[in-house]
Write a protein that binds this ligand. Structure first.
Ligand SMILES: [Zn+2]
Ligand SMILES: [Zn+2]
Length: 475
């Protein structure tokens, strides 16, 4: 609780701003009938009782920020908590040091609700994306569902995955490749962000492809014999400038951004090395690949222009987020009960997420929800780090978890809802109870894409001047 007191001054400032901006709320959302109000009450009672313990968990993780794939404290703290809550825990799941799995099963058969808890922070600015809140939302959904299966004696399974490396490294893509999502019928999580207070959104988010370019040239004395050099920095500058010019002719919904790096540079040496680290984004994975090809032409042409060579390595491939429309409708309907309105918000708060890859293999929902923060204090700012430990942010997270837990329960309990949300045959789980209160009619159709390629794209004499391969971290 001492952590609470430390954050006191930030909390009061944020609360002041929060109350001031209440008048910008959108119109009230009108809720439909709740599928099982008695079950929702079970979830509410369980999570209201657990809320102080969940807040303690959230603050502990917030006070020990760890960057991607180094979430050791979070791994140990969360697995211990889940184990003491009666879940069967697998630490260091599927060969990833900081991944984990917590499973609870009740009865025989039934459906499997997947849940994700992210844990990583950002270099230097701590939990500026609020993944401490994401972690406890995942835990809360799972504990709420456990209470329901037990109290109402409904067969089913909950699989909570602790997913490392969201900010960098696409941890969920690795877990997908290793079979971590195979037994799930749906998968749920949520992400905090800035915006009008008491709002949530289930919009899509962009697909992303990261690109690493390594230019190699020849050093020379910059005054005595510059003609003997091959300038790798010039190659990177030309590549970057070409991409910058190209940005004028790309769709407003597309993004291309990059930085230049180098080693042992000095103004009196012609640089023999330079790197570009770039990223392209577009609303769909297909569009991102088209943009990637256009940007690669900029980078590779620069090698030809400067008589240097370049190696292009494709890094993180984050697919666009396909929010399941039926799960989204159900979630929005329930959360309206808590005075939280559904507005248009991208699921990943304007960025991209490796949960997009999850939605290519299992129907998923990844709502964004707002927490009070200071002006210009959106995700990835120090102000958002402060916002992620306030009482208001915690309470919002618990409400979101309640709505998602009931959404998960609906999948377990209602064959028509299950069939319509997943596109799967309800007879696959004969033990499940048949209920038909569902009014929605959307399905999920996409299948996973695989995306590894090695391509030689231009030649320079007999040597390939540009080679594309998969980033070693992604292999
Ligand atoms: Zn995030
Ligand atoms: Zn982030």
């Amino acid at each position: 609780m001492s952590e609470d007191l430390q954050a006191g001054s930030h909390t009061s400032k944020i609360s002041e701003y929060a109350s001031h901006s209440l008048d910008i709320l959108p119109p009230q959302y009108t809720a439909e009938e709740i599928y099982r109000p008695d079950v929702l009450e079970t979830i509410e009672q369980a999570l209201d009782r657990l809320s102080p313990a969940l807040r303690d968990l959230s603050l502990k993780i917030h006070s020990h920020p760890e960057i991607s794939f180094e979430e050791k404290y979070a791994h140990d703290t969360l697995t211990e908590f889940m184990e003491s809550s009666g879940f069967k825990v697998t630490r260091h799941y599927l060969g990833l040091e900081t991944a984990w799995r917590a499973e609870f099963k009740h009865g025989t058969g039934g459906r499997v609700i997947g849940v994700n808890s992210e844990m990583d922070a950002l270099p230097g600015i701590g939990h500026a994306c609020g993944h401490n809140l994401i972690a406890i939302v995942g835990v809360a959904i799972s504990l709420g569902l456990k209470a329901v299966l037990t109290k109402h004696d409904i067969p089913g399974k909950i699989v909570l995955l602790g997913t490392p490396g969201e900010e960098s490294g696409a941890g969920k893509a690795i877990l997908i490749e290793r079979g971590g999502y195979k037994d799930m019928d749906v998968c749920l999580m949520a992400h905090p962000g800035a915006g009008p207070l008491n709002c949530t959104g289930t919009g899509p988010c962009k697909a992303t492809q990261s690109i690493f370019v390594d230019y190699r040239g020849q050093t020379a004395h910059a005054s005595a014999a510059p003609w003997e050099g091959k300038n790798a920095l010039d190659a990177a500058v030309i590549g970057y400038s070409s991409m910058a010019a190209l940005r004028q002719q790309i769709e407003p919904t597309h993004r291309a951004h990059a930085i230049i790096k180098g080693e042992n540079w000095a103004y009196n040496i012609i640089p023999d090395n330079a790197k570009i680290e770039a990223c392209v984004r577009a609303p769909t994975w297909k569009e991102a690949q088209v943009l990637k090809d256009r940007v690669l032409k900029c980078f590779t042409a620069a090698a030809d222009a400067t008589d240097t060579t370049c190696t292009v390595t494709l890094g993180e491939s984050l697919f666009d987020l396909k929010q399941n429309p039926l799960l989204a409708s159900e979630y929005s309907n329930i959360i309206a009960k808590y005075g939280i309105k559904t507005i248009y918000m991208e699921g990943a708060i304007g960025g991209s997420t490796d949960f997009g890859n999850v939605t290519y293999v299992v129907p998923g929902l990844h709502p964004a929800y707002t927490i009070p923060t200071l002006p210009n204090g959106k995700n990835h700012t120090k102000a958002f780090t402060d916002a992620a430990r306030t009482e208001e942010a915690h309470n919002m997270s618990i409400s979101v978890a309640k709505a998602l837990a009931h959404t998960g329960f609906h999948v377990i309990d209602d064959d028509a809802f299950y069939s319509q949300s997943t596109g799967k045959d309800q007879t696959a789980h004969p033990q499940a109870t048949v209920r038909t209160k569902t009014k929605f009619a959307h399905g999920f159709t996409d299948s996973v894409l695989s995306y590894l390629c090695v391509v030689i794209i231009t030649t320079n004499g007999n040597q390939p001047s540009c080679v594309i391969s998969r980033h070693p971290d992604q292999a």
